[in-house]
Design a protein around this ligand. Structure first.
Ligand code: NZQ
Ligand code: ZN
Length: 382
């Protein structure tokens, strides 16, 4: 086990915490508030931001779409450059926060921001960012990653840089009250799969990371099982906190990480606009079955410690079934039919995209080659 770990995002968690941005953002900085399609105008979050920024000089950029596109974000990049913006406040879910990270980094670069996504440019500095989270799912509020789509080519790629990690994040569970059921479920599934990506690999004896991952999985399982009681402060707070902890870097330190489900899922989103969380549930069970021998020991551990399953030769198989049952209990599909193509065309299309994007050796041991991805997609796509 060898790692360097720091999570420098200061978190303000709890009801009424949006007011904290007044002192978090220096008053002498020109601020750009970035948000999405307007949910914040309907749930009082925007009004709280306006009140908190009463002594700041600020302007806004609206319209960041779910699965944010370079095409939209480049308009914000131009504003940041033109108006000498010195601080970005992202108010929204993963898409708005990820989009703001791209804007923050691209604004400090002369060339095309997409170079950040292809790796042609490695981020050297960025406009400082703060975040007000409105949808618990991605962990983007306190991590250094972002996923951006180029609409023109249906390409969805991730980038990471410590420069774009938010300086602070506000996590007020009250903002979740207006979330559609579908988005709440997406958040549960996304946080669940984030934990799995860092846990269902191979045993390396990392007791703390494994134990904490199991606590997060048990919490998310219970949250899902209690979905009917979701109009409840404690339920909301536990979901918001577990989704954050699932991808703030801690459980992934010093352990192997998978992420193949995410990389294949991104293609489904880029091609057919499948919600991010749902794309994961479509891919993951089939990927786990495809890779079951390499992952058997951790699947057995998860079966015992998360689902409380009995020992047996088929424990790993039963663990995957339990994961699938969990998704189905939330009415989340584990197969995708809405691609409008024949089965063969759909599989070929995704494999081609994976190839073009260099996703040819995925997973903790780079064992998910294009051939393996094809086998997985044969099952995942109807
Ligand atoms: O745009 P608005 O009007 O705000 O509506 C949004 C959007 O339509 C709505 N919403 C958000 N908060 C709301 C609300 N509606 C009512 N009340 C509220 N409080 O929800 C819709 C979806 O929002 P979005 O931000 O797209 O969802 P999510 O947080 O799931 O983010 C998904 C994006 O994050 C990326 C995904 O790939 C995807 O692009 N990811 C980012 C990661 C990271 N940075 O670490 C990791 C993840 O694995 C993921 O890949
Ligand atoms: Zn995710």
């Amino acid at each position: 086990m060898q790692f360097t770990y720091s999570n420098p995002t200061r978190l303000h968690f709890g009801q009424g915490q949006i007011a904290a941005i007044a002192s978090e953002i220096p008053k002498d900085k020109k601020v750009l508030v970035i948000y999405g399609g307007g949910s914040i105008k309907r749930n009082g979050v925007y009004d709280q931001v306006v009140a908190a920024l009463s002594e700041h000089q600020w302007q806004e950029f609206a319209g960041v779409e779910p699965n944010p596109t370079k095409e939209t974000l480049d308009k914000a990049v131009a504003i940041v450059k033109q108006d000498d913006i010195e601080f970005i406040l992202a108010v929204g879910g993963g898409s708005v926060i990820d989009g703001s990270k791209y804007v923050a980094a691209a604004a400090h670069y002369e060339g095309d921001g997409w170079d950040i996504m292809t790796g042609q440019y490695s981020v050297k500095s960025a406009v400082p960012i703060g975040a007000i989270l409105t949808l618990p799912a991605t962990g983007s509020e306190s991590n250094s990653g972002a996923v951006i789509t180029k609409k023109e080519t249906a390409t969805k790629l991730p980038f990471r840089s410590p420069e774009v990690q938010p300086r602070f994040a506000v996590m007020d569970p009250d903002v979740m009250k207006t979330l559609p059921e579908r988005q709440l479920i997406n958040g549960i599934v996304d946080a669940w799969v984030h934990t799995c990506e860092q846990y269902i690999t191979m045993p390396v004896g990392a007791k703390v990371q494994d134990g904490y991952a199991e606590t997060l999985l048990k919490t998310l399982l219970e949250i899902g099982q209690n979905f009917d009681n979701r109009d409840n402060d404690t339920w909301r707070a536990n979901l918001m906190w577990s989704a954050n902890q699932a991808l703030n870097g801690l459980i992934g330190t010093g352990v192997p990480q998978d992420w193949a489900t995410h990389m294949i899922g991104h293609e489904l989103t880029a091609l057919w606009h499948v919600d991010h969380g749902r794309s994961l549930a479509i891919v993951q069970p089939w990927l786990l079955r495809n890779q079951i021998e390499a992952k058997r020991a951790k699947l057995e551990q998860m079966g015992r410690n998360v689902f409380g399953l009995e020992a047996g030769d088929d424990l790993a198989e039963r663990t995957i079934e339990a994961i699938e049952v969990f998704y189905h209990s939330l009415n989340v599909d584990t197969q995708f039919a809405d691609h409008g193509l024949t089965h063969e065309e759909a599989v070929n299309t995704v494999v081609k995209q994976l190839d073009e994007h260099g996703m040819t050796a995925l997973g903790e041991s780079q064992a998910v080659t294009l051939e393996r991805s094809r086998e997985i997609l044969e099952k995942a796509l109807a």
